[in-house]
Design a protein around this ligand. Sequence first.
Ligand code: HEC
Length: 149
Amino acid sequence: MNDQKSSGTIGLIAAIAAAVAITFALVVVLVQPAQAQQPQTQSNNLEVTPKMAAMTVRQRCSNCHAIAPDVNRFAPPLVGLIGRKAGSFQGFAYSDKIKNLDMTWTAAALNDWLAGTTFKTPDIRQRHVGIAHPELRKAVVAHIATLQN
Ligand code: HEC
């Protein structure tokens, strides 16, 4: 009888120990990665690389704009953009605002467009995508300048 009782107590202790161990393991697994990520999210000096710029263009622009030559999508291609007259890609129906801009895309103009500083125009088709981070924006402009026919 006594033996049975003590083995029941041992079983209970073992079960509690196991529960504590599992909880501890979960806390370690769930909390560690969050702590490991903190230094990254707190860091302000993001180092912008050309690869990051290319990826940004793929993710933020290429849904609408073709980044391969002579492809017409929902928006005019970014290939050959630098040096092209604004609103002049054949076969794309631009809004009047862009057609009437009467300017040629330069790196500086594209930088302004993406910063939203000089093209806050209510009558383009939609509020256009911008890139707030100045270094990333510069790298994105440099990447787009390499996209040529
Ligand atoms: C949601 C779709 C969409 C996304 C995403 C988008 N654009 Fe556009 N973009 C357009 C449309 C539509 C136009 C044409 C607007 C018009 O005619 O009023 C345009 C026009 C432009 C023009 C003028 C083109 C010309 O031939 O004069 C530039 C430059 C431009 N976008 C750059 C970019 C860049 C760089 C990105 C990524 C950071 C981007 N866009 C993301 C839809 C988009």
